[in-house]
Design a protein. Structure first.
Length: 409
């Protein structure tokens, strides 16, 4: 890539929804005698209150198919915010913007941010192997799998079996179990081979963060990501907090007989969904290192802003975080493919070209949980969907969100 192309990538990926571009200046361009790149500040009618997206979500809620929060923000300002349903039906607490929802896999990119923070400080290298920082792994994993392989989903490792019935009782128990679980990962293909959503690719970087910093991953992320971004409602909350804090949404999970229960209050009950058989998210005392967590919708907008303006990562490392690594088939989570689209794996999240625009997104799901955040950096949009009921049709909601923001049909 030549210097002009590199500058263009940095401008589009990092400054497109804030910073210099929003101020009318182009990254990498001379400040004198240069024409400022036009900024598209139009608010599509379908994104506004009363617009097509708003009406669609309201209809879902009226039909009992959505409980949660949707938010659309443009250049950091809220355009649409709607809340429906109950955060805790037993106590009569309704969902609202200040409620934190379980993120499930939508929280996984934060471990990549943590690793890149340490890389920019020179405390690790992306070409370091697992064995550079951790002991107890098989020799081939320790000697051949690099941090880059882990973050890009190309480790070639298998996904060890998980004890979904176990009810954890402490942070220490969760940490010990996941350390042992990650060390059971085996190499089943040469490093560099795309993996099939191998959970160890998330757990091992979190263990590396702990080895390098001497802090648990949970504490490191709280201090160096959430607090730095001003995400005051976000954290890795424990089951006792989930049960007692009125600002944390409870997951409403569908059972085999079609009934719905509060998962965190019914640990003996399990999901009937064929994608998550036997699972109950409440059994985790705290989410596994590198995974999950809880966030409010406005906090995820704050994260997007902090990523844009260099608060959470220096700009070259923010570009590295979202940079396309591995080509993916164009039909991906929440985006309706066209012949002009392209999709890639980045570090812990998919990135796409949609209608000529970059879109970064990450979705997650669990029994009673659906979560997604999407960033359109070139045009300054952030979309958040957080739900606490199995009825939410997340992929369809995300398609409607993209239609509203990008004018997709």
């Amino acid at each position: 890539m030549n210097a002009d192309s590199a500058r263009g990538v940095d401008r589009r990926r990092v400054l497109g929804w804030g910073g210099l571009t929003a101020a009318g200046l182009v990254a990498g361009a001379p400040l004198t005698g240069a024409h400022a790149e036009p900024v598209d500040d139009r608010i599509p009618p379908d994104t506004r209150p009363g617009g097509a997206y708003d009406r669609y979500v309201a209809k879902l809620a009226a039909e009992g198919r959505f409980s949660g929060v949707v938010l659309l923000a443009h250049r950091g300002r809220t355009v649409l915010s709607r809340s429906y349903g109950m955060a805790d039906g037993e106590r009569g607490i309704r969902n609202h913007e200040g409620v934190a929802f379980s993120l499930s896999s939508a929280g996984k990119p934060f471990v990549a941010v943590a690793i890149l923070q340490l890389a920019q400080q020179g405390r690790l290298k992306l070409y370091d192997t697992v064995g550079t920082h951790l002991a107890g792994f098989t020799k081939d994993v320790a000697d051949q799998v690099t941090i880059h392989h882990l973050l890009s989903g190309t480790s070639g490792m298998s996904n060890p079996d998980v004890d979904v019935a176990r009810v954890f009782q402490s942070r220490e128990e969760v940490l010990e179990y996941n350390e042992q679980w990650a060390r059971r990962a085996k190499l089943v293909a040469p490093p560099g081979t795309p993996s099939d959503h191998a959970g160890a690719e998330i757990a091992i970087p979190a263990l590396i963060v702990q080895a390098v910093t001497g802090m648990t991953y949970w504490d490191y992320a709280q201090e160096n990501i959430f607090r730095r971004c001003g995400m005051t409602g976000t954290g890795f909350f424990t089951r006792p907090q989930w049960l007692t804090d009125e600002h944390i949404a409870h997951p409403y999970m569908t059972l085999a007989d079609g009934s719905t229960v509060d998962a965190v209050r019914n640990l003996d009950k399990s999901s009937a969904n064929p994608r998550t058989p036997g699972v109950n998210p409440g059994r985790a005392f705290i989410d596994a290192p590198g995974d999950g967590g809880f966030a409010t919708a406005p906090d995820l907008v704050r994260f997007a802003q902090a990523l844009a303006d260099g608060t959470v990562l220096d700009r070259p490392y923010a570009a590295l975080f979202t940079g396309a690594k591995i080509p993916h088939p164009p039909q991906t989570q929440g985006l309706r493919a066209t012949s002009a689209d392209a999709s890639f794996g980045a570090y812990g999240l998919p990135v796409h070209i949609v209608n000529g625009q970059w879109v970064y997104d990450r979705a997650g799901g669990n029994p009673g949980v659906a979560a997604s955040w999407s960033i359109c950096p070139d045009i300054g949009w952030v979309g958040v969907v957080l739900a606490n009921h199995d009825s939410a049709p997340l992929q369809e909601i995300l398609e409607r969100q993209m239609q509203a923001v990008l004018g997709r049909s």
